[in-house]
Design a protein around this ligand. Structure first.
Ligand SMILES: [Zn+2]
Length: 161
């Protein structure tokens, strides 16, 4: 079990970046700072078949890791980024708004106790995301940027990944 925890996350390097559309094997047994009970509840939801409602095994861990690594970027202000490859897997890793949407989906699927734990974790992440990203005053002109507030922060469009 120990060795599994240190498996490198498949990263979007070179031409291999889209090959991560398969569930990670083994599935993460630890996710961020969540208790094992909550991790188990997440896995149960992610494993429901068919995987056609926006979650799949490992998706929550990937989304949380994407948010964490975004927040470790240097600088006072962070700008959201998009990738060239518009596939679901790459978006989840590159676009924090997509990652945050997925976490929202997970949170609403969970039973009460694990949901509270994930909500508390997300509250901290949201606070940091809110503080370090910049509101986009023109986002309302773009219909596809409705939904939660994280869709209306400024993107760095010169930095297509
Ligand atoms: Zn891709």
């Amino acid at each position: 079990m120990r060795a599994q925890l240190s498996l490198p996350e498949p990263m979007y390097a070179g031409t291999d970046h889209c090959r991560s559309d398969r569930p990670p094997r083994p599935w993460p047994t630890r996710i961020d700072r969540l208790s094992s009970r909550t991790v188990a509840a997440i896995h149960r939801e992610e494993s429901r078949r068919p995987y056609d409602e926006g979650l799949w095994p490992g998706a929550t861990a990937t989304a949380l890791a994407a948010c964490r690594s975004f927040l470790t970027l240097p600088g006072r202000w962070l700008y959201l980024r998009r990738g060239y490859c518009a596939c679901e897997q790459c978006d989840l890793r590159n676009d924090i708004a997509v990652a945050r949407d997925l976490l929202e989906l997970t949170v609403h699927r969970l039973p009460r106790r694990p949901r509270r734990e994930l909500e508390a974790l997300l509250a901290g992440l949201d606070e940091e995301l809110w503080r370090r990203t910049v509101p986009d005053p023109f986002a309302h002109r773009q219909q596809h940027r409705g939904g939660a507030w994280w869709h209306r922060r400024l993107y760095d469009l010169d930095h297509l990944l």
